[in-house]
Design a protein around this ligand. Structure first.
Ligand code: FE2
Ligand code: FE2
Length: 320
């Protein structure tokens, strides 16, 4: 079963493939147009090269490109910005902290996630398990000793099961997309900011100042961030007693918080632990974003390694 609450048209005219010369750095479009990466393309110490275009032939996270899919993404953010309020997030956190929806292992959830499609993402048309393993394997190649980071990469999107009926069947605007704080002013760097004008919090004087209901350096743990798969998976991991380090939990919880980790917005709310963890999130995010390309993973081959990590850091069965 595929979950798509609002069907988004895809740009099928342009597909991306690797060059036949063995050079994975050069991407060739169907028409034979070769895209040579600019020198600024992120290259890791061990040679991980981030491709410049996504599965649809557009630049990654290109929100203003003229395509039908982009219009679907914009409409998604319109709904997200109107409906995510301080009270809504508070209610969602209370509801999902009960962990009364299901019992299953981490790997079972990876398989379950294949039934979900993320329509907020302009870059992704692969089954989710491919994205999870692509991200984890890319991280593993460059940081072989940080096994917690491999596992963090594998599980970072598992919260997307929120859109499945057994988990409440939440609409996409409450599951995926970039996240941002509630209870203080909406920063200009938030994608499609103009739609906040229809959010009741935007007009509430308690919530629309720079600090709003928070104090400087209060720590992100005390901040309400818009509800979605990030916060849900954080709650699940934390409440099930994971042994993942604080940086792993931070990555899971804030990997969609683009205004912070890409634009530096809301930095005044971070405490010292947040600042230390943000460095790991910056590392992780490069892989989350750029691994969404046509790299096929042999799932059965890598599965035993990830099962061993799951056993190390999680109980066998988790409450969801
Ligand atoms: Fe995500
Ligand atoms: Fe992701």
């Amino acid at each position: 079963m595929t979950i798509l609450l609002e069907q988004v048209a895809m740009d099928e005219g342009r597909k991306v493939g690797e060059g036949g010369d063995g050079s994975s750095a050069n991407l060739v479009l169907d028409a034979g147009f070769v895209v040579v990466p600019e020198p600024k393309v992120p290259v890791s110490s061990s040679g991980f090269v981030a491709p410049e275009i996504n599965a649809f032939g557009h630049a990654f996270r290109s929100y203003d490109a003229e395509s039908e899919r982009q219009k679907g993404v914009e409409n998604f953010y319109r709904l997200n910005h109107i409906h995510q309020t301080y009270d809504f997030v508070k209610k969602m956190r209370e509801e999902y902290s009960k962990l009364d929806k299901m019992e299953m292992s981490i790997w079972e959830c990876c398989e379950l996630l294949n039934e979900v499609v993320d329509e907020s993402d302009p870059d992704l048309d692969e089954p989710q398990i491919e994205h999870l393993l692509q991200t984890a394997e890319a991280v593993r190649k460059d940081y072989p000793d940080e096994d917690w980071l491999h596992l963090t990469a594998l599980i970072h999107d598992l919260g997307k099961v929120l859109s499945l009926p057994a988990f409440g069947g939440l609409p996409q605007w409450a599951v995926v997309g970039d996240t941002h704080p509630l209870g203080c002013a909406f920063d200009e760097s938030i994608v499609h900011h103009k739609y906040f004008i229809d959010n009741p919090d935007y007009h509430n004087p308690a919530y629309n100042t720079k600090n709003g209901v928070y104090e400087e350096a209060c720590g992100l743990n005390n901040v309400m961030v818009s509800w979605g798969h990030d916060d849900y998976m954080y709650l699940v991991a934390k409440k099930n007693g994971t042994m993942l380090p604080s940086a792993g939990l931070f990555i899971i919880r804030y990997h969609s918080f683009y205004p912070l980790h890409r634009c530096g917005a809301y930095a005044h709310l971070m405490d010292d632990e947040d600042k230390a963890n943000l460095k790991w999130l910056h590392i992780f995010n490069k892989y989350d974003l750029y691994s969404k390309s046509k790299v096929r993973i042999d799932i059965e081959k890598v599965k035993p390694y990830y099962l061993s990590l799951i056993q190390k850091y999680f109980p066998e069965k988790l409450k969801w």
